[in-house]
Design a protein around this ligand. Structure first.
Ligand SMILES: [Zn+2]
Length: 417
């Protein structure tokens, strides 16, 4: 190609630079663009940003660019080394179209960022899609999220929900605050201690704290202490999602105790051991074979069968209207008394937990808070966890939660040069 063509320069966004396309090779699987300095080029020092007229030497470097259809795109770029007065060393010139951290064009990084932020693609998906190294895409993702988090402003929440989520198989935790009205995660911090939630209230400031009306949460004690200190005016509501989760865990614990350490026959213990999921289903959702095994359970172990029925009955608590709060209280007390009578240790512990937190439970009825928000967020975070092959970096995990369950992704714009 004797002369550069303006259309080609426009295709690779070189119009505003000191560079031009001098050749394009179209091969079976890739397109190679050869890019050189314009004849009277001025070089930009990568250290001080000043223009430099003299070049020390030139070298060809390779940059990957956005693929064209099913063809990969490679840029071969002539890069100068210069002697700038800002330092006595030889410096490379600044290339405005090159990404600052990777051997990629900046517009390619922008494109990858856009896909990562606005589509439901995993890092692995994007790495495969663009034939890039997993580590490179991971770094791009982490970098863009760190940049976007700087732009996030916490809205003025009125009703919030606080939750913890485990990281690295329960070895460490993060604290998550959701705005119940917008249904978006607005805060994530490390740990599940009082200070983890304190941080949120401190950032929010006393004025906005005072405007919070309700906080729903797991009855995890450190969170209650933080809420009492910073938002004493807010009604503390038990999160129905966690109450049900704990109840299911209590039933499951009873099942485990009976299937391992009890005096039951081995065959019966085995049957009980396999009933984990049956005991989770609501009776109305059960298939005939599940109903059968439930009937069998009634024959071989009455306490566990009764515990299951008693669990089913608990859901009635969530159907009371605010005007029926007295009836709801009576229901709860009767439920607790009957739970003790069944005689299973784990269920008794659950009953004790309910007994100690009756007020915050009754606030569920008063505020009509449902478990939908917590369920939704928990489901999304489980997806985030399963999509990443084990998050090793807790900061990245926290950013991903803010992206997938909050507003982070929608804030995306290309980085300024
Ligand atoms: Zn310089």
């Amino acid at each position: 190609m004797a002369q550069s063509h303006p259309i080609l320069n426009r295709l690779v966004d070189l119009q505003q630079t000191n560079f031009e396309v001098v050749d394009v090779q179209v091969k079976e699987e890739e397109i190679i663009w050869k890019i050189r300095h314009k004849k009277e080029a001025i070089y930009i020092c990568s250290k001080c940003g000043e223009n430099v007229l003299q070049c020390h030497d030139k070298k060809w470097i390779e940059l990957k660019d956005v693929p064209l259809g099913n063809k990969k795109t490679q840029w071969l770029v002539e890069r100068a080394r210069i002697l700038c007065t800002c330092s006595n060393n030889v410096r490379v010139e600044k290339l405005s179209f090159r990404s600052s951290h990777h051997e990629l064009t900046k517009r390619f990084v922008d494109y990858v960022e856009n896909v990562l932020c606005t589509k439901m693609f995993t890092v692995a998906d994007v790495a495969r899609l663009f034939d890039l190294d997993y580590g490179v895409v991971y770094k791009i993702d982490h970098e863009v999220l760190r940049r976007l988090i700087q732009l996030v402003q916490i809205p003025d929440p009125i009703n919030i929900s606080v939750d913890e989520k485990s990281f690295k198989k329960g070895h460490s935790y993060v604290t998550i605050v959701t705005d119940c009205d917008s249904k978006k995660v607005i805060w994530v911090s490390e740990g599940n201690e009082k200070k983890s939630l304190d941080q949120f209230f401190l950032v929010l400031g006393p004025e906005r704290c005072l405007r919070i009306k309700t906080v729903s949460k797991d009855l995890w004690k450190p969170y209650a202490a933080s809420c009492t200190e910073y938002i004493p005016q807010a009604t503390q509501v038990a999160d129905p999602f966690h109450v049900v989760k704990r109840l299911n865990e209590a039933i499951d614990q009873s099942r485990k105790e009976l299937s391992v350490g009890s005096e039951l026959q081995v065959s019966k213990r085995k049957t009980i051991s396999n009933m984990q999921w049956v005991l989770r289903y609501k009776q109305e959702n059960m298939k005939p074979k599940h109903l059968e095994s439930l009937e069998y359970l009634a024959k071989i172990n009455e306490p566990l069968y009764n515990a299951y029925l008693h669990k089913e009955m608990f859901f009635e608590f969530f159907t009371f209207k605010p005007s029926e709060v007295k009836d709801a209280e009576k229901f709860l007390i009767a439920w607790i008394v009957d739970a003790y009578k069944i005689g299973l240790l784990a269920l008794q512990e659950f009953a004790l937990y309910i007994e100690r937190n009756t007020d915050v439970l009754l606030n569920i009825v008063i505020t009509q808070r449902s478990s939908a928000i917590s369920e939704g967020i928990n489901r999304k975070i489980s997806v985030i966890k399963s999509m990443a092959y084990g998050y090793r970096n807790i900061q990245y995990f926290m950013l991903k939660i803010m992206q997938r369950c909050g507003v982070l992704g929608s804030l995306w714009t290309p980085a300024a040069c």
